[in-house]
Design a protein around this ligand. Structure first.
Ligand SMILES: Nc1nc2c(ncn2[C@@H]2O[C@H](COP(=O)(O)OP(=O)(O)OP(=O)(O)O)[C@@H](O)[C@H]2O)c(=O)[nH]1
Ligand SMILES: [Mg+2]
Length: 657
């Protein structure tokens, strides 16, 4: 039995494969017709690789015991007929857990020891160092073995108070942070800092990746999650429970980590079975439920339809037992449909748009090249046909005219080389304005603020200085980019006026997305600095951790901006270079034609037949490129039918992004 979610994810995989196939076909086309610049082929390879790596990420965020792990079990692992992830009363999941599929290795559970918090390496770096992790091999055919292994996700250990403090996990002033101070001076801390589960589930194989997070302020302990993993998830499911209602701490997590920080979020009011009461009629229960949904929507400032009321536990039980009536009553189908009808299509749309942005200009240039060749060949055949019965004198005149035209064009093409060199020089300045060295200098300056004192005030100052400097640098890039564009437009206009080139609109470079990302980081810094919890916790430790995550985010943003600028340079220059080169080849061919005819009037018919053959071959190329254009510009995603959700941020094409 496949549900809506499985269908949705399968569709997402299909579309990704279709895009991939189109890119491969285009690369093969370029190879076959030997008119690709090496850089173009490389770029297509990169795009294909990033498409292959693309994952659809769902993050589950909530206060402890709202049923996050239970919901993951119900949505994804019910077919194993077990409660796979530990889910229990009170605080259960102790470390953030990422669940995905990686075909390269045997299924595993990897656990990062909590002590790694003492190191300066980021989680992203540590993820690339398997040696730092404790690894357990999973047996996918043995759910009991897996469930036993997954108990580690709930493990805690007792450490001396000083160690907990050093790990930034103890707050003397706020016992609600989870550590208490017993007489023996030992406190409980999570045994593991992070978990990775590689598991061959069909949904995960299709490119889905899940992030389960621990409740009770544990999120704030890992700034990489709050600054990056959660905001960049394609959807965040925020859970609440009917028995607790919306509490102060629920609201706090919602405000700090979900509401304004992520674009796609769904509030899930879980545990509706708590309202089921044999002594009440169904309409009474429904009224009570609707009231709670309404109140939840109001408190979270969400439209009513973005709050889904379900029972994760009953859904899991129903799926394990094959109880259709209970499954329907659990209402999990509504959540599965929401994911399939809104979240997945919006990810598909973005994927499609980002690939289109990269490839359509290239494809259009190829299309134009073929078109020019076809019309050139047609003109040539016409021209040669007109020679039939003409004398050598007329042909001499025409030849001289054509040679003259070619000379004029060659001069223009040579002139363009100057523009091209100039653009390349500007391009180098453009890229060096975004070089890692420039960033390092800026980082050192911002860090100076912090070295004076590790306070939230100096953190704010340091980060503001950094973001201002990066923005200034982006401003410089804007100016250089618009200079480049003017140069190219002026050069192209000459070809349009003097050599009948069709209109071409080179794309404009926009770094707005990265400016927005910096603004988001600045806002997160502000939230962090005003959070009473962070003011109370061992300051230096958390500020340092937060600073490091911020810097790594700023670095990524800067790097992606550079990659995008580099790609933009290619997108603006390459099509022009290709057009100018194609036209030159065309003219050369025509001069050669006329020279041949001039030398051997008897071979005229033979030459016409030859050109007709070339013309037919070009037609086949044209059909191929048209089909590719059609595949890539076709909308593969399903348009949302019900309520439109706001757009997510564009994907990182190089990381995928
Ligand atoms: N009655 C009822 N209980 C549920 C439901 N969903 C989860 N629970 C129970 O609530 C408790 C907490 O569930 P978990 O899945 O561990 O909650 P969590 O949000 O993952 O909690 P942490 O891991 O501590 O952050 C468990 O005992 C679950 O069985 C539900 O729909 N109905
Ligand atoms: Mg849990």
């Amino acid at each position: 039995m496949t549900n809506r979610l499985e269908q949705g994810v399968a569709q997402y995989q299909q579309q990704r494969n279709a895009l991939l196939a189109a890119l491969q076909a285009y690369r093969a086309w370029l190879d076959r017709h030997a008119n690709a610049e090496a850089q173009q082929t490389l770029h297509l390879y990169d795009l294909e690789e990033s498409l292959r790596q693309d994952k659809l990420t769902l993050a589950f965020v909530a206060e402890f015991s709202r049923g996050k792990s239970e919901l993951i079990n119900a949505l994804f692992f019910a077919d194993l007929k077990q409660r796979l992830l530990p889910s229990d009363v009170g605080r259960t999941t102790m470390c953030p857990t990422e669940i995905f599929y990686d075909a390269e290795t045997h299924p595993y559970l990897r656990l990062l020891p909590i002590e790694s918090r003492l190191r300066d390496d980021s989680l992203a770096t540590l993820k690339r160092m398997p040696i730092e992790w404790s690894s357990i091999r999973l047996e996918p055919d043995n759910p009991t073995q897996m469930a036993t292994a997954f108990r580690a996700l709930a493990e805690v250990k007792r450490v001396p108070l000083a160690v907990a403090r050093a790990l930034g996990l103890h707050d003397d002033n706020a016992p609600q942070t989870g550590s208490n101070t017993p007489a023996d001076g030992m406190v409980e801390v999570p045994a593991w800092r992070y978990a990775l589960i590689n598991f061959p589930h069909p949904l995960l194989k299709s490119g889905l990746s899940i992030l389960d997070t621990p409740g009770l302020n544990a999120l704030g302990n890992e700034p990489e999650l709050t600054l990056n993993a959660i905001p960049s998830a394609h959807a965040v499911l925020f859970l609440l429970a009917t028995d607790t209602g919306v509490t102060r701490s629920d609201l706090d997590i919602w405000e700090k980590n979900v509401h304004r920080c992520v674009h796609h979020h769904i509030a899930v009011l879980n545990k509706i079975d708590m309202l089921w009461d044999d002594l009440k009629s169904d309409p009474e229960i429904e009224t009570a439920l609707q009231k709670q949904v309404f109140q939840t929507a109001q408190l979270l400032k969400l439209p009513r339809h973005q709050v889904l009321a379900i029972s994760a536990q009953k859904a899991l039980v129903a799926k394990v037992r094959g109880d259709a009536a209970l499954l329907a009553r659990s209402n999990i189908g509504a959540l599965e449909s929401m994911l399939a009808d809104h979240i997945i299509p919006s990810r598909q749309r973005l994927l499609h748009e980002s690939v289109n942005l990269e490839v359509l200009t290239m494809l259009e240039a190829s299309h134009h090249g073929v078109q020019t060749k076809i019309s050139g060949l047609r003109d040539d055949v016409q021209q040669l046909s007109a020679f039939t019965g003409k004398n050598r004198e007329i042909i001499t005149k025409l030849r001289d005219k054509l040679v003259l035209e070619k000379r004029g064009y060659d001069a223009a093409a040579l002139n363009f080389k100057i523009t091209r060199t100039l653009v390349q020089t500007h391009g180098r300045s453009l890229l060096s304005a975004l070089s890692p060295d420039v960033l390092d200098t800026m980082l050192n300056k911002s860090r100076a603020h912090l070295d004076e004192s590790w306070t939230t005030a100096s953190l704010t100052r340091g980060m503001q200085t950094l973001f201002d400097r990066i923005n200034t640098q982006f401003g410089r890039v804007d100016v250089l980019a618009s200079d480049i564009l003017s140069l190219l437009e002026a050069a192209y206009l000459r070809f349009q006026e003097q050599h009948d080139f069709p209109a071409l609109n080179p794309p404009v470079l926009s770094l707005d997305r990265y400016r927005q990302r910096l603004a988001d980081l600045a806002r997160s810094t502000d939230v962090f600095c005003h959070d009473p919890l962070n003011l109370m916790l061992e300051k230096r430790f958390m500020i340092n951790k937060f600073y490091q995550s911020l810097v790594s985010e700023a670095r990524d943003t800067f790097d992606i901006a550079r990659t995008e600028t580099d790609a933009w340079l290619r997108r603006t220059l390459d099509p022009l270079v290709v057009r100018i080169r194609d036209h030159k080849n065309q003219l050369e061919l025509r001069v050669e034609n006329i020279k041949k005819v001039h030398g051997n009037l008897d071979g005229l018919q033979e030459r016409i037949a030859e050109l007709n053959q070339q013309h037919d071959a070009m037609h086949i190329q044209q059909t191929e490129i048209n089909a590719l254009l059609q595949t890539l510009s076709k909308q593969h995603y399903v348009t949302p039918v019900h309520h439109a959700l706001p757009n997510n941020t564009a994907p990182k094409v190089q990381a995928v992004a």
